[in-house]
Ligand binder design. Structure first.
Ligand SMILES: [Zn+2]
Ligand SMILES: [Zn+2]
Ligand SMILES: [Zn+2]
Length: 367
């Protein structure tokens, strides 16, 4: 019983160490206990030698992580001597299988890392990807060009250190634990795949939207890869890209808070009953906010009494378009609490009668 619990505790501690090594939490990162920091002298500077840095870093990560299963066996052998793990010929079938498998993983990965390092790292997948995109020039020449572009301050980068999206004048890249995807910009196009909304993130209380895009190169040697970024970074990315972003699935990108609110506001207005103008009444003029669109909303008090509702019927004729009404509504809200906007009220821009989102009616006859 005592032995079991010792084994259990070791397993838990070891799993925790593995988690910290593979996905370092912020605390571990800020204490400088990451692979990058420990090996910084060998890895060199990411800012100066981006490609060489990631070639070495991915190799080190693969070498270290592949030793973790075997490390568990050795560690457990020392932590619980009564298990007699080092008497290999007396091991049960389960431990024998574990030992063989973990040794095989470790050895084959180390062999692979050794192979990558041969030929001055020319066998590494990153080096090969560069070679295929360099018009027959050596991968080191291509790497030098990328490193040089990466040193410029006008590059676009976003994302956490282990999952960074980088766009330079002629390259689109993504870093990850065991590699770096590189695609030559003029060869590729981007496909918007999907969006993901998170109600609350630690960066803002307003909720965020993530975009996933696939980078597809016309070069057959370069496999498509996926990048993920905040939709608020989309404009900067777009400014840096010289190639098209295909939005075949009509993904709606909400770049700013107002965009996201506008979407919710529009949906609510279309759920509200439409407003049908009395027969013979004059067609509405252009919106007095933007002077571009026909006025297409009317405030009609539709919300129930009793729900703390102090909305008042507005008698103004339609003078605003949906977009301007939404922007007006948003501008009257507490800017530090966007999550409260949907349930809040605003005065009518003309007569100051209070209204809520349930009281905004679309006028379908207006084109
Ligand atoms: Zn307008
Ligand atoms: Zn009014
Ligand atoms: Zn109301």
């Amino acid at each position: 019983m005592v032995e079991m619990s010792q084994e259990f505790i070791f397993t838990l501690v070891y799993l925790l160490i593995c988690m910290c090594l593979v996905f370092p939490p912020t605390e571990v990162r800020s204490a400088g206990l990451t692979l990058q920091n420990v090996l910084s002298a060998w890895l060199g500077s990411e800012d100066m030698q981006l490609i060489q840095y990631h070639i070495k870093k991915s190799t080190a990560a693969a070498a270290l992580h592949s030793a973790l299963p075997l490390g568990y066996f050795v560690g457990l052998g020392f932590a619980c001597p009564k298990l007699d793990l080092f008497l290999i010929h007396e091991l049960g079938l389960w431990w024998q299988t574990y030992l063989v498998a973990s040794t095989a993983i470790w050895l084959s990965t180390w062999l692979l890392c050794y192979y990558w390092s041969r030929n001055k790292w020319g066998n590494h997948p990153i080096a090969k990807a560069l070679h295929f995109q360099g018009n027959n020039s050596a991968w080191t020449h291509v790497a030098a060009r990328i490193n040089q572009e990466f040193r410029r301050i006008d590059k676009f980068t976003t994302g956490p250190p282990d999952m960074r999206v980088i766009v330079t004048d002629s390259w689109v890249m993504k870093t990850w634990a065991y590699g770096l995807n590189v695609a030559y910009q003029p060869d590729c196009h981007l496909n918007l795949l999907w969006t993901e909304e998170h109600a609350i993130s630690h960066e803002s209380r307003a909720g965020v939207q993530y975009l996933a895009m696939q980078v597809i190169s016309a070069n057959a040697h370069i496999k498509p890869f996926e990048i993920r970024l905040l939709s608020s970074d989309y404009k900067d990315l777009r400014d840096k890209l010289t190639v098209p972003v295909v939005n075949a699935r009509n993904v709606v990108i909400q770049q700013t808070l107002t965009d996201r609110f506008l979407e919710a506001f529009r949906q609510q207005v279309h759920r509200n009953p439409p407003f049908v103008p009395a027969p013979g009444s004059l067609a509405p003029d252009n919106c007095i906010g933007c002077l571009q669109t026909r006025s297409n909303v009317k405030l009609v008090k539709l919300c129930e009494e009793g729900q703390g509702g102090d909305c008042v019927q507005c008698f103004c004729r339609p003078m605003w378009c949906l977009e301007c009404m939404c922007k007006w509504f948003a501008s009257r809200q507490n800017q530090s609490q966007p999550e409260s906007w949907l349930g809040s009220k605003s005065p009518c821009p003309t007569c100051r009668s209070k209204f809520c989102m349930l009281d905004v009616c679309f006028i379908p006859s207006v084109q």
